[in-house]
Design a protein around this ligand. Structure first.
Ligand SMILES: *Cc1c(COP(=O)(O)O)cnc(C)c1O
Length: 328
């Protein structure tokens, strides 16, 4: 038996051979772990009558294991589905030119939370405010990890223990287990359903309002359509009613687009541009960053400054906040 075990190569010899084969790219800690693991398995194998391996075969065996652990499983694919923004294929393809533009910011120190003029601490969200003001006339903007986070944060901040009025036609489920009723209950908000599956009228909203109502909510029907004997209330009417009743109106828009590109003419008949929604002077609107072509994963919230200030005070924001990559 001892005779067989003398075929087991020495650890340092294997390590030298690995260094030789992989040149400068070897992580020593990982290589040593894999060598020990290999030797232990090899020893067991030999004792059970397994085949004796050449030294080089041992080296190749360890290299194969090393590569399978160090190579990234995330890799580029060809999208042949016909769906341009495909959630399972990485959603929006990141724009190479944006990546180039932000490279110097991300690979150096930057003013993420620093005001150089005043020489003091600042806040990461200020970098986006000017643009949203100019493009949408929005009072303020806040960006969180994704739109699901935006929905949760908004319900949790303004409707904890209070009622949110939603049409039964808009109690949506998005792929990956995002369901409005569940998000609402987990956030502490109370769902107040109104209307029917196919028809909801403005009077349904009016009749639902009581002393515990916090918000009138509309969700975009992102992944389904209803036709036939149907009626939904336009967001503009919801905004007006909310204003009269001193309530918050909130539109979870799912995706949104800026009507800047000329591209909007073909979209307009399906979806209003962000500019048109902003003109309604809403309390709050949120949408995904990576359902837009070339966008990064984010939940973008815009609306009234006083409300965005409240969102910023919620401790949850610290857990949902975006990093310099997304802000850039
Ligand atoms: C996609 C979507 C969400 C969730 O957004 P994520 O960016 O996936 O977090 C929420 N609401 C609506 C209406 C959506 O379409």
């Amino acid at each position: 038996m001892q005779n067989i075990l003398r075929h087991i190569p020495k650890t340092d010899k294997l390590l030298k051979a690995l260094q030789c084969e992989l040149e400068g790219n070897l992580n020593l800690n990982l290589a040593k772990k894999l060598i020990l693991e290999f030797l232990e398995n090899y020893r067991q194998d030999l004792l059970q009558g397994g085949e004796i391996l050449e030294f080089q075969a041992c080296v190749q065996c360890i290299i194969k294991q090393y590569h399978s652990l160090t190579q990234k499983s995330l890799k580029p694919l060809v999208n042949a589905t016909g769906i341009v923004v495909h959630t399972n294929l990485g959603r929006s393809v990141f724009s190479p030119s944006i990546l180039q533009e932000i490279y110097p910011i991300l690979t150096r120190y930057n003013n993420l939370e620093y005001n150089e003029e005043k020489g003091c601490r600042s806040e990461r969200y200020v970098h986006l405010k000017g643009l949203f003001k100019a493009l949408l006339g929005a009072e303020d903007v806040l960006v969180v990890n994704n739109n699901a986070a935006a929905v949760f944060l908004i319900f949790n901040t303004f409707a904890k223990g209070k009622e949110v009025v939603v049409s039964r036609g808009e109690l949506i489920e998005i792929g990956g287990s995002f369901r409005i009723p569940k998000v609402m209950s987990d956030s502490g908000a109370i769902l107040h359903e109104i209307g029917t599956t196919n028809k909801t009228h403005l009077k349904d909203y009016k009749e639902a309002i009581n002393e515990n109502t916090a918000m009138l909510f509309k969700a975009h029907k992102s992944n389904y359509a209803m036709s036939g004997f149907v009626k939904e209330v336009e967001f503009g009417e919801i905004v007006e009613l909310a204003k009269m009743q001193n309530l918050i109106d909130y539109y979870d828009l799912g995706s949104g687009y800026f009507g800047l590109s000329g591209f909007e003419k073909s979209l307009k008949k399906f979806e209003p541009a962000l500019e048109e929604i902003a003109k309604l002077n809403p309390s709050l609107v949120s949408f995904s960053g990576d359902k837009l072509l070339g966008g990064a994963q984010a939940g973008i919230i815009f609306g009234k400054k006083a409300l965005i200030d409240e969102l910023k005070k919620n401790q949850l924001l610290r857990m949902l906040r975006v990093d310099k990559f997304t802000i850039a």
